[in-house]
Write a protein that binds this ligand. Structure first.
Ligand code: FAD
Ligand code: NAD
Length: 462
């Protein structure tokens, strides 16, 4: 096979890599992107997108079940709803396929050469790619490592048929009778909730003292209440052992127990993918398990960049994309550096959680004198009309000049508020700016307006 030379080589076509390649192509850089798996990475193939499809299908099914049980407050009724899970999975796979093709089309439109195969470093400017038709050598002026992350496996719970990672959980052909979820973080609670709504008996086994340890107790409380309503058992301070015929063996506060588990879903975190592709040849500096980067995503080797999950926390698709876009612009000669005020995070549980910027405790820990108030959805007209009044929007601002430091929300449908929250923080909004903005009625967004008003001491609707 003839060797290829290019200006930019991107390894990994997840949200970080493909966005970087598209932007580099748009800017006229001769760009090659390599991935051994279908385009779109974890996010598009086995992460964000398929999980949200499953969550949506589970929500719809559960709503029908509630109607069949006559438990909706607005008098809906239905008879014996059924789910054809093969069709659900086929629908989810169809979305993934459309997006795979979409990414391929976008890369092509930007003039990027896409190669299917696994890359291995020879040196900092050369990789060999194992393709179906042989080994392709690629030399590049700059290399962007965007190899993402992979699920952490526990020693007593090796992934197989019964013990699944999120990837296995998104590819089941039937709804399991019982699911033991090990790890009550993002994936465990998002997918655990979906399986509970689909009819599985779900038990969450969390090692820490509380689930979603990255969020404060006030934000998590409505999620815990809903999990209870859905019949999900949450065991904290619990350590999982292996599986036997009876189920998952656990140690719960020193007591040995067994948890019903047709399937065990292990979601105890993800680790950066730094092995198996010759990275050791480059001997890059590390920050823990991640590749160390600076504010331009430069690694310790000249001409080698790292973006996305392989480069640090938070391991979120939109961080990877923003880094990818920035690196492409830097490679095209633009003066760019990482200057984002905040990276929003959303947990797609029921209710959803959104956080942008600092929580009250973070603000205090960073030495700010902060003021903070929340506005409950119980006093929001839109929340009442959707029969979901649990949750709130909370704002955190500097006490002296009222500059917004953070916004958090928990509630049904709040994920779509993330854009407004993030924009306010990036624009350097003060409480008065949010209070002075007309928020359309009736919307959940009005709770943001009211939380700002309340922090200023003059809420109108509470
Ligand atoms: P990845 O998407 O992991 O892509 C890396 C790519 O590199 C892969 O395609 C891989 O095949 C390729 N690769 C690796 N090594 C090589 C090699 N040697 N040669 C060639 N190719 C290689 N994030 C959110 O923001 N929102 C969500 O709702 C969300 N939901 C999630 C749900 C689940 C179940 C999971 C697992 C993750 C979720 N995430 C979510 C996280 C999100 O998927 C990641 O943050 C994101 O995919 C990271 O993008 P990336 O480009 O860094 O890496
Ligand atoms: P996580 O870090 O969110 O949660 C892992 C949980 O497992 C934690 O609560 C931790 O205390 C617990 N844990 C660790 N070891 C354990 C053990 N031995 N036994 C029991 N519990 C244990 O990890 P995740 O849910 O696997 O997700 C990985 C990453 O993927 C997330 O951190 C996030 O970056 C990304 N993600 C994001 C979204 C989103 O944005 N909505 C959704 C899914 C995944």
């Amino acid at each position: 096979m003839r060797d290829i030379s290019c200006k930019v080589l991107v390894i990994g076509a997840g949200p970080g890599g493909y966005v970087c390649a598209i932007r580099a192509g748009q800017l006229g850089l001769d760009t090659v992107i390599v991935d051994g798996a279908p385009l779109g990475g974890t996010c598009l193939n086995v992460g964000c997108i398929p999980s949200k499809a499953l969550i949506h299908a589970a929500d719809e099914f559960h709503r029908l079940e509630e109607a069949a049980a006559g438990s909706t407050p607005f008098g809906l009724s239905a008879s014996a709803p059924k789910i054809d899970f093969d069709k659900t999975i086929a629908w989810k796979d169809g979305i993934v396929e459309r997006l795979n093709m979409g990414v391929g089309g976008l890369l092509k439109k930007a003039g990027v050469k896409s190669i299917r195969g696994w890359a291995k470093f020879v040196d900092g400017k050369t990789v060999e790619v194992a393709t179906d038709t042989g080994t392709q050598t690629i030399r590049a002026e700059s290399v962007v490592i965007a190899t993402g992350s992979e699920p952490v496996e526990l020693p007593d719970l090796a992934f197989g048929d019964r013990v699944m990672s999120s990837t296995g959980a998104l590819a089941l052909n039937e709804v399991p009778g019982s699911v033991a979820v090990v790890g009550g973080g993002y994936i465990g609670l998002e997918l655990g909730t979906a399986f509970a709504k689909l009819g599985s008996r779900v038990t969450v086994v969390e090692a820490a003292d509380h689930v979603l340890p990255q969020y404060d107790a006030e934000l998590v409380r409505p999620v815990l209440a809903r999990l209870e309503e859905l019949g999900v058992t949450v065991l904290t301070g619990a350590k999982a052992g292996g599986v036997d015929k009876k189920g998952l063996k656990i140690d719960h506060g020193g007591e040995a127990k067994s948890v019903a588990a047709d399937k065990v879903l292990v979601t105890v975190g993800r680790r950066p993918k730094t092995e198996g592709y010759g990275l050791e040849e480059l001997d890059l500096d590390r920050s823990g398990r991640f590749i160390r980067i600076d504010d331009r995503c430069r690694t310790s080797m000249r001409g080698v960049y790292a973006i996305g999950d392989v480069s640090g926390e938070p391991m979120l698709a939109h961080r990877a994309m923003a880094q990818g876009e920035m690196v492409a612009e830097i490679l095209a000669g633009e003066r760019r550096s990482w200057d984002k005020v905040a990276i929003p995070a959303i947990c797609f549980t029921d209710p959803e959680i959104v956080t942008v910027g600092l929580s009250p405790a973070d603000a205090e820990a960073e030495g700010h004198k902060a003021i903070s108030k929340l506005f409950p959805f119980q006093a929001n007209g839109r929340a009442m009309t959707t029969a979901r009044e649990d949750g709130f929007v909370r704002v955190v601002a500097r006490a002296d000049n009222h500059l917004l430091l953070g916004v958090q929300a928990v509630g049904a449908h709040v994920s779509e508020l993330a854009a407004g929250f993030a924009l306010a923080l990036e624009m350097g909004a003060r409480l008065e700016d949010v209070a002075g903005t007309i928020h359309a009625h009736p919307t959940h967004g009005e709770a943001f307006h009211e939380a700002a008003l309340r922090t200023l001491g003059h809420a109108l609707h509470i």
